[in-house]
Ligand binder design. Structure first.
Ligand code: SAM
Length: 321
């Protein structure tokens, strides 16, 4: 069973940080071949609850910013939806999804198993211009597993020390990776992958009565810099994204960083918000903003709080005066 731990958002005012339950990320099967910056493995239990709260099981899940894809993969493996439409703009990340979709999962798995990983071998491999999509996919996996934080964006450096001082090899688990890739063959026929702009694909499905959306856009936290460090594509018209969300026929669930700008946008568009504080695999505290039309299904979870915004407080003051 998944568990949560509540963390006070205003510790100076609370008597004690109330402990209840904590999401156990280890209980979520790791299905993605990526270690993805901003990956949503920890959000899987909440995502499952969202789908379970619906009166009708949706047929299609659209994930317009798929990255490592743990949410869509979970939905497919657990038969929560029939089909997933997943979108990613980054051509390197896309190469992996495309290779898998086009039947090269086993080839990739064998390529990984046969690779003798040393820093020199990685450098030599990454200097090559990939002749095929599958070679490009292999290079992406190699980078994702040897660069600090799995970050593919420009300026990323190799892992120096890593786990137990294993340096560049510390995130290279060839057998696990190969198994995950081969396992994807079980759901591959139900994936519609697009190397495209997520906003465009959302608009395409906006009138569908069968589609729901899990939306995890590149972040703006810490100004434009944070998003830029993590992803090659980090510019996004967030206002337009919110406008599209308003037009969607069925439901959506959006996760964002806890930023004032985002909260104001959500209020302007009439959406509800909750703040989910939790610990990630590295025991670091994360506060994630969840946005949707009706989030009452989230209120039974202890770890959820309606965030106060400076904007909202100002509005209340204005009302009172
Ligand atoms: C926060 S990450 C998603 C992480 C994902 N939820 C996971 O669990 O791995 C956002 C992703 O959106 C991608 N992206 C940025 N702009 C995009 C766009 N306009 N269309 C599609 N993908 C985009 C980035 O490359 C990045 O992979």
């Amino acid at each position: 069973m998944s568990t949560y731990r509540q963390i006070s958002l205003f510790p100076e005012f609370s008597e004690k940080t109330k402990l209840s339950n904590l999401v156990n990320v280890a209980s979520v099967p790791q299905r993605s071949p990526f270690r993805y910056p901003g990956g949503k493995t920890w959000f899987v239990p909440t995502f499952r609850r969202w789908l379970a709260s619906m009166n009708t099981q949706p047929r299609i899940l659209v994930e317009p910013f798929v990255g490592g894809g743990i949410i869509s993969l979970t939905a497919l493996f657990e038969n929560l939806v029939e089909k997933a439409v997943i979108v990613e703009l980054d051509d390197e990340v896309a190469a992996v999804w495309e290779a898998v979709i086009n039947g090269a999962a086993e080839w990739l798995a064998n390529r990984i198993l046969a690779f003798n990983l040393t820093k020199e071998a990685v450098l030599e491999e990454l200097q090559k211009t990939p002749a095929t999509k599958r070679e490009k996919a292999f290079q992406t996996i190699l980078k994702n597993r040897t660069l600090h934080g799995g970050i593919l964006a420009e300026g990323s450096r190799f892992i120096k020390h890593g786990e137990n001082g294993k340096g560049i090899c510390s995130r290279w688990y060839p057998k696990t990776l190969a198994n995950r890739l081969i396992n994807l063959n079980h759901v591959v026929s139900r994936i519609d992958f697009r190397n495209d702009d997520g906003l465009k694909v959302m608009a395409e499905f906006s009138t569908s009565e069968e589609a729901v959306y899990f939306i995890d856009p590149p972040y703006t936290a810490g100004g434009k810099k944070a998003g830029k460090r993590l992803y090659k594509y980090h510019h996004l018209d967030h206002e337009y994204l919110f406008t599209i969300c308003e037009s969607l026929k069925v439901d959506f669930l959006m996760t964002y960083d806890d930023s004032e700008e985002v909260k104001q946008m959500a209020r302007r568009h009439g959406f509800q918000m909750r703040l989910i504080p939790m610990k990630n695999t590295h025991h670091a505290t994360m506060k994630e903003l969840v946005i949707g039309r009706d989030l009452s299904w989230l209120d039974e979870l202890n770890a959820v709080q309606e965030p106060e915004t400076k904007y909202w407080v100002k509005e209340l003051k204005r009302e009172k005066s």
